[in-house]
Design a protein around this ligand. Structure first.
Ligand SMILES: Nc1nc2c(ncn2[C@@H]2O[C@H](COP(=O)(O)OP(=O)(O)OP(=O)(O)O)[C@@H](O)[C@H]2O)c(=O)[nH]1
Ligand SMILES: [Mg+2]
Length: 229
């Protein structure tokens, strides 16, 4: 295929994704469901963060989760133990989720019944930023076992994120994690982004992150109702 043809295909597929994402966003808004996606490299703690989130919020809210992996349904089975609605997307060789995959996997769900829809993207820092999924909030994770330079090496995913979560804080000392450098690098790439430090294992730091999620959902609801600031 020629370079020109490739460029056209690339542009068309992006336009298609933007259209599907816009339709999804309108459906989510009119149903009143707040949608947050989580992206990060493999094994950085995305599913563990979702498990903790479900554990804390399920007594109060109706929550569904969509998880994506190249193969298998391990993550869906982990989350299903929390009694939430869960579906797995198997992406095969696709680098990341796109809006069409989300659209298909939520088929049949009554969105009006949901307060939150949580989406775990495929474990990669490359490509997960390419496609909007109609979400209200994009959360990017970085683990203390990653290098503090991760943000500088993979800026695209941080530039389009609304919040950053540093995970596995219980391992910070063992991993010789340099929190100042990590925060400095995140701030350099995405100035002003809220940064949360958590341990999904112990629950440390989860309160601030969960309060943030709830607040963003409430703000979105009030915006929809036209309630002035
Ligand atoms: N010590 C510690 N381990 C954690 C924490 N969060 C996750 N882990 C461990 O890190 C490993 C990966 O966690 P997952 O939650 O599966 O990570 P993931 O990002 O969903 O992984 P993929 O979906 O495969 O990309 C597991 O062994 C978890 O038990 C944490 O806060 N502290
Ligand atoms: Mg996972």
């Amino acid at each position: 295929m020629s370079a020109a043809r490739l460029a056209v295909v690339g542009r068309n597929s992006l336009t298609y994704n933007e259209r599907v994402a816009r339709e999804l966003r309108e459906r989510f808004r009119s149903a009143g469901v707040f949608v947050a996606s989580v992206a990060a490299s493999a094994s950085s703690g995305k599913t563990a963060l979702l498990e903790r989130t479900l554990e804390a919020l399920l007594p109060t809210y109706q929550i569904a989760a969509v998880v994506a992996d190249p193969a298998g349904d391990c993550d869906a089975r982990r989350l299903a133990r929390r009694q939430a609605l869960v579906r797995q997307i198997t992406t095969g060789t696709a680098a990341a989720l796109d809006a069409g995959m989300v659209d298909r996997v939520i088929d049949g769900w009554d969105l009006e019944d949901l307060d939150f829809l949580l989406i775990e993207n495929v474990g990669t820092l490359v490509g997960a930023s390419s496609y909007e999924l109609g979400e209200d909030l994009r959360v990017v994770l970085v683990s203390v076992t990653d290098t503090e330079d991760t943000t500088l090496k993979y800026p695209a995913i941080f530039k389009c994120a609304d919040a950053a979560v540093v995970t596995k804080m219980d391992l910070a000392d063992a991993a010789d994690f340099n929190g100042d450098a990590s925060h400095r690098n995140i701030e350099a790439v995405r100035p002003g982004i809220p940064v949360f430090e958590v341990s999904a294992k112990t629950g440390w730091g989860m309160r601030d992150y969960l309060t943030f999620l709830e607040t963003r959902r409430l703000e979105r609801t009030l915006d929809g109702l036209g309630v002035a600031e």
